[in-house]
Ligand binder design. Sequence first.
Ligand code: BG6
Length: 462
Amino acid sequence: MSVTYTFPKGFWWGSATSAAQIEGASNVGGKGKSIWDHWYEQEPYRFYGNVGPTTASDFYHRYKEDIRLMKAVGHNSFRMSLAWSRLIPEGRGKVNREAVDFYDRVIDELLSHDIEPFITLFHFDLPMAMQYEGGWESRRVVDAYVEYANVCFKLFGDRVKKWFTFNEPIVPVEGGYLYDFHYPNVVDGRRAIQVAYHTIIAHARAVEVFRSLAIEDGKIGIILNLTPSYPRSQHPADVKASKIADLFFNRSFLDPAVLGEFPPELIDLLNEHGHVPVTQKGDAETVQKNKVDILGVNYYQPRRVKAKEHVPHPDSPFMPEWFFDHYEMPGRKMNPYRGWEIYEKGLYDIMLNLRDNYGNVESFVSENGMGVQNEERYLKDGQIQDDYRIEFFREHLKWLHKAIQEGCNVKGYHVWTFMDNWSWMNAYKNRYGLVYVDLETQKRTPKKSAEWMRAVSEQNGF
Ligand code: BG6
């Protein structure tokens, strides 16, 4: 088969997952409770089909089989997260030996299959003990996170060389403090700003600790879900609205992580409205000194924005939406199941922005994928025929290839996700995996897209 789109030598092909979404065993092996275990106990009806994280895809018990399959579908790298509440059940203090053994075995198993582990320290699953202390609103929780990071670097840094402090740190801010889809379900713009600020400080301090340990060949970064912000028109009011959306949802984390400074326009805006977070002396220097080595880009959808039609009442709660309205562009291509727009060129636009405005930081696509409901209907001859997903990957990869041709410093492409997994409030509603998981039996069956991805990684292109 001839290859039209060839990627740079050594390109990382693989997938991403997170602990709470695949491990299951939520009350096994000495694990403490995370906010998800707690929330599910409190309000199971808020989760699709009343399904919680208790069993997920049972990676905790089936990791050997899963890693064998990863190899079979051509992975040379794989991103997973560590569960803070498994390693340090109370959030701070005693380290759980059983958890260390588990992660040691997983890392060793990956390496023995020549699959490079990429580790995320935090993927949405705060230990409940830390939430009781105030969650990310508390500076003490920041300290506990930095200590957790230190423990992980020391335990696994001899073998793990790619580390990521946070996955999509804006999402717990949005879900937990603005739009009610993560615990603790607060809706309060002011508190959201404090949470975001503390997350950035936690990130920078973890980077600082990492550097102090001088882990051989180690690189550290962050994973951001970047949503390129497109205005409805070139009218200045629409353009201004899209710039503000970009400030809140992209640049709030991207600028401090990559450039080492908060966007001045964001600071001005927050000052103007009296919503600056509480800071501590030395924070700005910490952020300045601890820029990332590498940036993971999760890309699912763009953000389309128009100027505000009605000025919000000054007494209404402060929200990012004070400054823009969402815009449903006529004719846009949608994933009808997840309700997200599919706009492949967005990936190219992100990469060019990183090239031109962020020092061409080393990056990779750390998540890109398509969630589909009731996927069993595409079952034929014992396999899910997910041609739509192949097309989704292919079209995004074409734009990524073009970005690389034009000088973008992109090192890999990880799909979301390896196998169907449990997903927060949506549980198993939308399936994203290359591998189908039968939830009754936990049997794994590669989908057609897994075969396609295997060929892509084998040929380093398509
Ligand atoms: C990303 C997250 O935002 O999107 C994943 O890092 C998540 O944890 C994925 O599962 C897909 O989103 P959803 O809500 O459709 O599962």
